[in-house]
Design a protein around this ligand. Structure first.
Ligand SMILES: NC(=O)c1ccc[n+]([C@@H]2O[C@H](COP(=O)([O-])OP(=O)(O)OC[C@H]3O[C@@H](n4cnc5c(N)ncnc54)[C@H](O)[C@@H]3O)[C@@H](O)[C@H]2O)c1
Length: 323
């Protein structure tokens, strides 16, 4: 039987700092055969593609080109990084009015192409825009996800590894909820080398007041985007790596547990909100939402985060219609 070659194709919408950095990281991982970059500013996309393509002798084999909406039809994964970004002092939720209309128009284009792709939303506020994208598409919830708190969890793991002076690969830790100010650390799920953090940390060199230090670590995670934006105007390297991890997991059907943003339908007592929660991610997007045994305080924090997002969605849907 003749086998059709089915290139692994990723379409990136938005060729700005996040989109181009993600393309750069993805191209080096040998995960995709084709990367198409789409931007409302076509010349800008042309420039980014040329700059990326000139590195092709040093990448694994991959084709990088300026895409058009017809590319959605054959994409395996579509990653949305388009839109306005946070200005200094602006919260991610402040962005939702600006970016939600743009997401609706993009989703209409994607649906019009009969795409079978998995959509990964990275534009902020990511949880609100994932909800808008999901409802607008009419697709099953597993196929429309957001980058959620994957980046925040990476920041958390990095800071814990620095604190404990241990390989970040041996730190299992998750930030849950909104990718934003109401996110929180799920300490009950935090382990170093299989040992719960509260047992491991007293063994750390120089850790004298763990309770105080753990609060400082969470504040650093929550505030890191604000600090980076104040220093250099935008964050893009780590989110580029986080998106590569999410998309790689989908393309390779890796079934990795990642805190992507997904629609909750009763899990943790939450309904009709997308937020970052540990999920098994593979070729169909979200295969399973993991219902972890959170402490009562953590459950309350998750519900508070969901309430924040619910408020933003109510405000938004009061203004625009989602069919
Ligand atoms: N999820 C995360 O963890 C995370 C992390 C960092 C940034 N972000 C978000 O990613 C988004 C992009 O950030 P950035 O720094 O790359 O911004 P940027 O301004 O550098 O790039 C945005 C690009 O989107 C393009 N664009 C705007 N409207 C478009 C449309 N309708 N179709 C196609 N392209 C369009 C612009 O021309 C621009 O090139 C922002 O919303 C930002 O807040 C998310």
């Amino acid at each position: 039987m003749k086998t059709m070659y089915n290139p692994r194709k990723v379409v990136i919408v938005g060729a700005g700092a996040v989109g181009s950095t993600f393309a750069y990281a993805l191209a080096q991982k040998s995960l995709a055969d084709e990367i198409a970059l789409i931007d409302v500013n076509r010349e800008y996309a042309e420039g980014q593609v040329l700059d990326l393509a000139h590195g092709l002798p040093y990448y694994p084999s991959v084709e990088i080109y300026v895409g058009k909406k017809e590319d959605y039809a054959t994409a395996h994964v579509i990653v949305i990084t388009a839109g306005a970004k946070q200005a200094p002092g602006e919260s991610r939720l402040d962005l939702f009015q600006k970016n939600s209309r743009m997401i609706e128009a993009l989703i209409d284009d994607i649906v019009s192409q009969n795409s079978q792709a998995i959509i990964v939303v990275a534009s902020n506020p990511v949880d609100v825009l994932t909800h808008v994208a999901l409802k607008r598409s009419g697709w099953p919830k597993n196929r429309v996800i957001g980058s959620g708190t994957v980046l925040d969890s990476a920041r958390f793991r990095y800071l814990l590894s620095q604190h404990c002076n241990v390989d970040v690969g041996n730190v299992h830790a998750y930030i849950l909820g909104e990718h934003g100010d109401s996110e929180f650390a799920a300490w009950s799920m935090t382990h170093v080398g299989g040992v719960p953090i509260d047992e491991y940390c007293p063994m750390c060199d120089g850790c004298d007041d763990w309770v105080k230090q753990r609060e400082e670590i969470v504040s650093q995670v929550r505030e890191s985007a604000y600090h980076i934006i104040n220093y250099k105007g935008a964050t893009y390297f780590a989110i580029g790596m986080a998106l590569t991890r999410i998309v790689g997991t989908i393309l390779q059907d890796q079934r990795s547990v990642l805190t992507v943003s997904t629609l909750l339908e009763g899990e943790y007592g939450i309904n009709d909100v997308c937020l970052g929660i540990p999920c098994v991610v593979g070729k169909n997007g979200v295969h399973k939402v993991i219902e972890a045994n959170l402490t009562p305080d953590e459950k309350k924090l998750l519900q508070k985060s969901a309430a924040t997002l619910e408020g933003a969605l109510k405000e938004l849907y009061g203004e625009i219609t989602v069919d």
